[in-house]
Design a protein around this ligand. Structure first.
Ligand code: MN
Length: 190
């Protein structure tokens, strides 16, 4: 018995980032890059709770492996690989019924991104189950999106990302990463 094979056709990563303000960079592999949103309060497993998610620039896939201390020239701050794994987009097969798409996942995710309504299943070490990212079209600012956990067996009442201050890759806390640094970023993006 080896480790179970990774599930999910595409990569996702969430980087906890202490810059001027603490936030969580939520990144989904779409079209060969990491489409990215900044989630100030962090993701949650509470069913139906909406978290503001502000779109940020696409990042190269390699950046999704970075954990350490960013130099001032690269945006600065401490970055933790808070969660990572695979994901599959979901399509609504009939009203209220969502089905994961593994084949052709990238094209499905790309068209949902353009439509401003992404639905997907995460296979992370912290986050699992069905989520949505929805463009609001005005609420909370012109470009605001909302990250929402769909109701499923992975929901957890009172779940707050801040209660889980350890790296999915190294187990380190933000304080430990800040003290130890490590891992020069391969890009100059933040
Ligand atoms: Mn950031």
């Amino acid at each position: 018995m080896g480790p179970s094979p990774r599930r999910g056709s595409l990569d996702f990563v969430i980087q906890k980032h202490r810059a001027r303000a603490l936030h969580y960079d939520f990144r989904l592999e779409i079209g060969g890059v990491l489409a990215s949103w900044s989630v100030p309060k962090g993701p949650t497993l509470q069913a139906g709770v909406r978290r503001l998610a502000m779109p940020t620039e696409d990042h190269p896939r390699e950046y999704g492996r970075f954990e350490g201390v960013l130099p001032r020239s690269s945006g600065s701050g401490v970055v933790m690989l808070w969660d990572l794994g695979g994901y599959n987009p979901e399509v609504e097969t009939s009203k209220g019924v969502r089905t994961e798409v593994a084949a052709n996942a990238d094209a499905v995710a790309e068209s949902e991104l353009k439509a401003g309504m992404l639905k997907f299943t995460l296979y992370g070490s912290k986050l699992r189950g069905s989520f949505a990212l929805v463009r609001t079209g005005g609420i909370g600012g012109r470009d605001a999106w909302l990250l929402i956990k769909h109701k499923d067996r992975f929901c957890a009442p009172a779940y707050e990302a801040g209660d889980y201050d350890f790296s999915a890759l190294t187990g380190r806390s933000m304080a430990q990463i800040s003290a130890e640094g490590g891992g020069a970023p391969s890009t100059t993006l933040s």
